[in-house]
Design a protein around this ligand. Structure first.
Ligand code: GLN
Length: 231
C-alpha cells in the first residue's frame, strides 16, 4: 500500500517592521526575528495549523501589502485606529500601549508635549507617533523608515524629541539608551495593538481571534507576556 503523501503545511505570510523591540526585532548579528509579537504570531500560527513566514517591510508598506495580497496578516505593534479600520480588519486587541515623548537626558526645557511647539521631532513613518508629532504647532517633523534611525537622530542632536510607543521607548532606555535619553510628561495616548488582515477576510480574522482566545485561556499568552515584560 502506498504511503499517504503528507499535506503541505498552509503558510501564513506575516508582515512586520522589525525595529520595534521588544515586539519585533533582530538581535545584534542575527537575522532571526524575535520579540513578543513574533512569539505570539508563531503560537497563533501553530494553533491554527499554519507555518508562519515572517516578511520584513517598512511600517508604511504593511497595510498596502495586505491590500495587494502580498501578505496575509500584519503584526507590528500596530495600533488599532479608526483610520486604519477603514482599510483593514483587526483582531481583538492583544496589548495595551500608549505614546510618549523622549528627549536627550540633559534637556531640562522640554517637560512634555506642550513644550514641543516649534521643535524638531523624529518619528517613524506612518505611525501614530508621526500623526501625534504632526499635530504639534509649528513642529519640524522628520519621519524615518526605522525607529532605530529616529532614536539615533535624537542621540546625535539632530532633533529635540522623539515620539514613539511607551513600551518601546521603555525597552530602549533599559537597554542602554538611558545613558543619553529620558522620557518626559505623561503617556499621551492610550492605544491597543491588533493583528491586521485584509478587509473582507473575516474568515482569517475569526481564525486568528479564536487562536488568540485559546492562547489566553491555556496560559500560553501569559507565558509569552512574562518572557518579554516580566510580571
Ligand atoms: N503603535 C504605533 C502605530 O501603530 C507604532 C508601531 C510601530 O512603529 N511599529 O503606529
Amino acid at each position: 500500500e502506498e504511503a499517504k503523501k503528507a499535506e503541505p503545511a498552509k503558510v501564513l505570510r506575516v508582515g512586520t517592521e522589525p525595529t520595534f523591540a521588544p515586539f519585533e526585532f533582530q538581535k545584534e548579528g542575527s537575522k532571526e526575528y524575535t520579540g513578543f509579537d513574533m512569539d505570539l504570531i508563531r503560537a497563533i500560527g501553530k494553533q491554527m495549523g499554519y507555518k508562519v513566514e515572517i516578511m520584513n517591510m517598512g511600517f508604511d508598506a504593511l497595510i498596502p501589502a495586505l491590500s495587494s495580497g502580498n501578505i496575509d496578516t500584519v503584526i507590528a505593534g500596530m495600533s488599532i485606529t479608526p483610520e486604519r479600520q477603514e482599510a483593514v480588519l483587526f483582531s481583538a486587541p492583544y496589548y495595551r500601549s500608549g505614546l510618549v515623548v523622549m528627549v536627550q537626558k540633559n534637556n531640562d526645557t522640554i517637560k512634555g508635549i506642550e513644550d514641543l511647539v516649534g521643535k524638531r521631532i523624529a518619528v517613524q513613518i506612518g505611525t501614530t507617533g508621526a500623526a501625534k508629532a504632526e499635530s504639534v504647532k509649528d513642529a519640524k517633523v522628520t519621519a524615518f523608515n526605522t525607529n532605530t534611525e529616529a532614536a539615533m537622530e535624537l542621540k546625535n542632536g539632530g532633533v529635540d524629541a522623539v515620539i514613539n510607543d511607551s513600551p518601546v521607548v521603555g525597552y530602549y532606555l533599559a537597554q542602554g539608551g538611558s545613558a543619553d535619553a529620558k522620557t518626559v510628561g505623561d503617556v499621551l495616548e492610550a492605544e491597543e495593538y491588533g493583528i491586521a488582515v485584509k478587509k473582507g477576510n473575516d474568515k482569517l480574522a475569526a481564525e486568528i481571534d479564536k487562536a488568540l482566545a485559546e492562547l489566553k485561556k491555556n496560559g500560553e499568552y501569559d507565558k509569552i507576556y512574562k518572557t518579554w515584560f516580566g510580571e
